[in-house]
Design a protein around this ligand. Structure first.
Ligand code: AGP
Length: 614
């Protein structure tokens, strides 16, 4: 996830672009850049480009040293997906007279790179984005003006993109295009704006047009002309935004956490993008971060992580065992370093961390490295300490998560664990092509079912209200729902400060059942799967002791309504994939309980987003 901006009008635009980027910095902050063009001072001038590594402040400092002139310009704040956060990898990327900023992932960038290399193109970055700049340049060299060149180039691209492109040959315009990544056009008076999100344009105009997938726009100071990629005219009126700038920064959501919960279908799409080979029922090997020789040695998979990430690994372990038939263990990183684990070269140690900087996980990884284990990191932040120490990385591509309580990073970790397990199962032959095809088909359909689950927002909100006065809550699950129950309890604790326990439902009778009375809400995660009958009995046991049960069950379940006090019915999916769905009502429940209590949802007390102490 990155932020892009564009301006064409009569004002000097460098500071204006920086102002837009500041409002988009939540989308990425590892490097930033600008490119500007002088529109009409009589002489033709080259595109001016300025890029800086690190937060936007570094670009502002560089701009003070070397101001950029021009009334047409584009800007970018980066959250790296391909290539380290360095100045050469920062956007804009330039090819001949073309400069381009991009948000998204180009799936066929390796094939495009091979094709362009064969034509003698030299690359100056490690990014997928640079291919698009060169494709447009190739079309420009063939004599096409910018609007046509961009349409022709994008027809060769697969993947997610929002792009803004300028061309030294036509300094009075910007061409923008969108597929899967967001792009907003702002209508000023004699000036036009483009941005990844509404807050970046809101100080200048509240008249906006949201570009749709497959649309390309030609922006000049006087307005916009929109077409589909294949050249059909699109007529749509701008709409007026009534939110305040502060509201808009969170996309209209009250908190970042709620926004991030709602971003999950998109985040999962980004985790899966370019990695699933449906035709062969496989995972694209170059995407997983492990070579075949390493995988052939693996006799056991050891997951290490902390907090929410450790809950994702509980799911990962089950998948590795059931899909790849490889023995698997999970361990809290802080405990792993505190003893003398028996591991060696036939173990694959997978460190899972959204931040990639958690010190406990890093320390555990170093122990595993010393013992000669094979290493892999599953991380969200590219080139962070844990992937660097592991030497092999699978990035979740969830985009920056601002809320301290992890939501979209968790579900994308589940997806990464799933792809890893399928990959291992296909390598060792435990998972047939047909079974993998079926599972992967269900996996790519998940974002659709997640969107349907998010539509339960209002219902969950109503159920949350009475919970806000509880002092404690018990979350139960079995099988793949056990990690979800534990994670549900952690979410409630973290942001509402209500004590909560996540328990394997079968363990309830071994102790926690003593806690159950009319004041103890019990949240049972019980989708239709092979554990359903057993957890239904556990729910009966809780009800017999006056426990107040909220069940998360599969739509179409006709008996649960008579057992539980309240039911949240969720869409039916492959039983192995239910965690992607059942996580959502639990996240919403915690969110609304906390919001009713009035706690600081995005920055709960005593917690930090990145924990760099042991
Ligand atoms: C999640 O809501 C928490 N903020 C916390 O448990 C977190 O998952 C843990 O600190 C591990 O962080 P990591 O994924 O960045 O390694």
């Amino acid at each position: 996830m990155c932020g892009i901006v564009g301006y064409v009008g009569n004002q000097e635009c460098a500071d204006l672009l920086v102002d837009g980027l500041r409002r988009l910095e939540y989308r990425g902050y590892d490097s930033a850049g600008l490119a500007t063009l002088v529109r009409s001072d009589g002489e033709k001038r080259p595109i001016e480009v300025l890029r800086a590594v690190g937060k936007l402040g570094n670009l502002v400092a560089a701009l003070r040293e070397r101001p950029l002139k021009g009334t047409t310009g584009i800007g970018h704040t980066r959250w790296a997906t391909h290539g380290r956060p360095t100045e050469v990898n920062a956007h804009p990327h330039v090819a001949g007279p073309i400069a381009l900023v991009h948000n998204g992932i180009i799936e066929n960038h390796l094939a495009l790179k091979r094709e362009l290399s064969a034509e003698g193109v030299k690359f100056s970055s490690d990014t997928d984005t640079e291919m698009v700049a060169h494709l447009i340049h190739r079309e420009a060299k063939a004599g096409h003006e910018l609007f046509v060149a961009v349409k022709r180039a994008l027809a060769q691209v697969h993947g997610a993109y929002a792009v803004a492109v300028i061309d030294q040959r036509q300094p009075d315009r910007i061409v923008v295009a969108k597929n899967a990544s967001p792009l907003v056009i702002g209508f000023g008076d004699g000036e036009m704006f483009a941005a990844s999100d509404i807050p970046a344009v809101l100080p200048y105009t509240n008249r906006v047009l949201l570009l749709e997938d497959g649309e390309v726009g030609l922006l000049t100071a006087d307005g916009i002309q929109v077409e589909s990629l294949d050249g059909k005219k699109v007529e749509r009126e701008p709409r007026t935004i009534t939110w305040s700038a502060a509201q808009a920064e969170k996309g209209g959501f009250k908190h970042f956490m709620l926004k991030e919960i709602h971003e999950q279908p998109r985040a999962i799409e980004d985790t899966l993008r370019g990695r699933v080979d449906l035709a062969n029922g496989d995972i694209i090997a170059s995407e997983i971060g492990l070579d075949e020789a390493t995988v052939a040695k693996v006799q056991r998979v050891y997951f290490i992580a902390c907090g929410t990430s450790s809950h994702a690994t509980l799911y990962g372990r089950q998948l590795v065992e059931s899909l790849a038939g490889i023995p698997s263990q999970c361990e809290l990183a802080s405990e792993f370093v505190g003893r003398d684990p028996v591991i060696g070269p036939t173990d694959l140690v997978v460190a899972v961390s959204q931040s990639g900087e958690t010190l406990d996980t890093l320390a555990a990884l170093k122990v595993a490295k010393e013992k000669g284990a094979q290493l892999l990191a599953i991380a969200n932040v590219i080139h962070s300490a844990i992937p660097r120490a592991a030497g092999a990385a699978f990035y979740t591509h969830a985009g920056p998560e601002i809320g301290v309580a992890s939501t979209k990073c968790f579900t994308t970790q589940l997806a990464a664990c799933l792809l890893l397990a399928v990959y291992l199962g296909r390598r060792n032959g435990k998972l047939s092509k047909e079974k993998a095809q079926e599972l992967l088909q269900h996996t790519v359909e998940l974002p659709h079912h997640m969107r349907a689950t998010l539509a339960l927002d209002d219902l969950v909100r109503d159920l949350a209200r009475p919970l806000a006065s509880s002092h404690s809550a018990l979350f139960l699950g079995r099988g793949v729902s056990f990690p979800i129950a534990v994670e549900g309890a952690l979410k409630l604790k973290e942001i509402s400060y209500i004590h909560a326990e996540g328990y394997a439902a079968g363990e309830m009778k071994h102790g926690p059942i003593a806690l159950i009375d009319a004041n103890m809400p019990v949240i049972a995660v019980m989708p239709d799967d092979r554990s359903y009958e057993k957890i239904a009995s556990n729910v009966q046991e809780a009800r017999a002791r006056d426990g107040v049960v909220i069940a998360i069950a599969t739509r179409g379940n006709s008996e649960i309504g008579a057992i539980a006090n309240k039911v949240i019915y969720v869409p039916k999916v492959d039983p192995l994939l239910s965690p992607f769905i059942t996580s959502i009502p639990l996240q919403l429940l915690s969110y609304y309980v906390a919001d009713f209590k009035g706690t600081d949802v995005d920055q709960p007390r005593n917690l930090a987003k990145t924990v760099t102490v042991e």
